[in-house]
Write a protein that binds this ligand. Sequence first.
Ligand code: IMP
Ligand code: MG
Length: 178
Amino acid sequence: MHQDIERILLSEEEIAQIVDRIADQINKDYQGKELMLIGLLKGSISFMADLMKKITVPCKIDFIAASSYGNGTVSKGRVNILKDVSQSVENMDILIVEDIIDSGNTLSFISKYLAAKHAGSVKICTLLNKPSRRQTDIPVDYVGVDIPDEFVVGYGLDFAEYYRNLPYIGILKPSVYS
Ligand code: IMP
Ligand code: MG
């Protein structure tokens, strides 16, 4: 587990500070409104759990599961919905909560999908962003940190379904996946 981590990118304390900063901004921006947080399973669970506790406007939560990378580390560019939201998004102000944006393919698809379901508004919040890997240009409204092109795990993020339970975000040793 820990021996597979090359170095820690964000400690638990650093993550908590980022979550506070993003929540403050969201609370300002959505003042007087209601919010629906939609987390993308499974990677967003830790971020979602911490972020929602800091939201002070009236708020509902839901989840979507979209097809993942399988056991690889590279996006295949095709997105399938494995689990849909369990309530109407019509006229709701939606904030998609994501662990990391890489190619942007998943988020681009999901935002359009929610807009087609007549959401009132759709914004995107991500803890991590890899801008150098973007294939589809999407507006990202809230970003925790931009990170270099390295494969990271922990705090919900996985490699082959492992490491999600690490409390910090670490760079995985390339020897683990190559
Ligand atoms: P995108 O469609 O390429 O932007 O893929 C985003 C999804 O890929 C994220 O929600 C993650 O599940 C996964 N992903 C991308 N980069 C990483 C990484 O460095 N570690 C773990 N998962 C990643
Ligand atoms: Mg994900």
